[in-house]
Write a protein that binds this ligand. Structure first.
Ligand code: 5GP
Length: 204
């Protein structure tokens, strides 16, 4: 089989449980590399610089943007977020599968640059779960909870532009679903053209 990394773009409303599902996915599927984004929002308790995000000032962020360091960048919930281009290109080139956890606008932009990327939307089973989860995790101010629950409907409407939807009722099951998606994508004929050519030409 070809050693070509797959780019997986994951989005979903705040409180959908994307982080938990992806943490389970990474622990079950070691070939997956998580792209650490750059943000100007403040770190939450237990978040580590360089692990959850690269935390930057707005000036630093704008300088990176000017230097073309982002594959895409967007303002989300009033703060700046961007995907570092270098890391993504390097890991894909080395044959790793790379996951981006980004908002729906950024995701559609990535799809333009990488039309072969796989777009996965993580959704809660019920809309009311969004606010419940945001309140239970106690990481957001009241103002942020309002902003994020209000934005949820707009984000849910974007799900139709994605290739797959994973309903997060159980994070382990959600991770298994994402791994199944990756495996199915890897078996697609369009992702194995070189392998087939080599078989036909007797190169293998
Ligand atoms: P949070 O502040 O909860 O970590 O993330 C807020 C939103 O920003 C989430 O929807 C998350 O997917 C999105 N996000 C995180 N990193 C990036 C990025 O690099 N680019 C874009 N466009 N969105 C991002």
């Amino acid at each position: 089989m070809e050693k070509k990394g797959l780019l997986i773009v994951v989005s979903g409303p705040s409180g959908a449980g994307k982080g938990t599902v992806l943490a389970h996915t990474a622990s079950k599927y070691p070939n997956l590399k998580y792209s650490v984004s750059v943000t100007t929002r403040a770190p939450r308790d237990k978040e580590v610089d360089g692990v959850n995000y690269f935390f930057k000032t707005e000036e630093e962020f704008q300088a990176m943007k000017k230097d073309g360091e982002f594959l895409e960048c967007k303002s989300v919930y009033g703060k700046s977020y961007g995907t570092p281009r270098f890391y993504v290109e390097k890991q894909l080139g080395e044959g790793y599968d790379v996951v981006l956890e980004i908002d729906t606008e950024g995701a559609l932009e990535v799809k333009n640059v990488y039309p072969d990327c796989v777009m996965v939307f993580i959704s809660p089973a019920k809309r009311s779960t969004i606010e419940e989860r945001l309140r239970n995790r106690s990481t957001e101010s009241e103002e942020q909870i309002k902003l994020r629950t209000q934005s949820a409907l707009k984000e849910l409407k974007q799900a139709v532009f994605y290739d797959y939807i994973v309903v997060n009722e159980d994070a382990q099951q959600g991770a298994d679903d994402i791994i199944s998606i990756i495996q199915a994508e890897k078996c697609k004929v369009k992702n194995n053209k070189k392998f087939i050519d080599d078989l036909i030409l007797g190169g293998k």
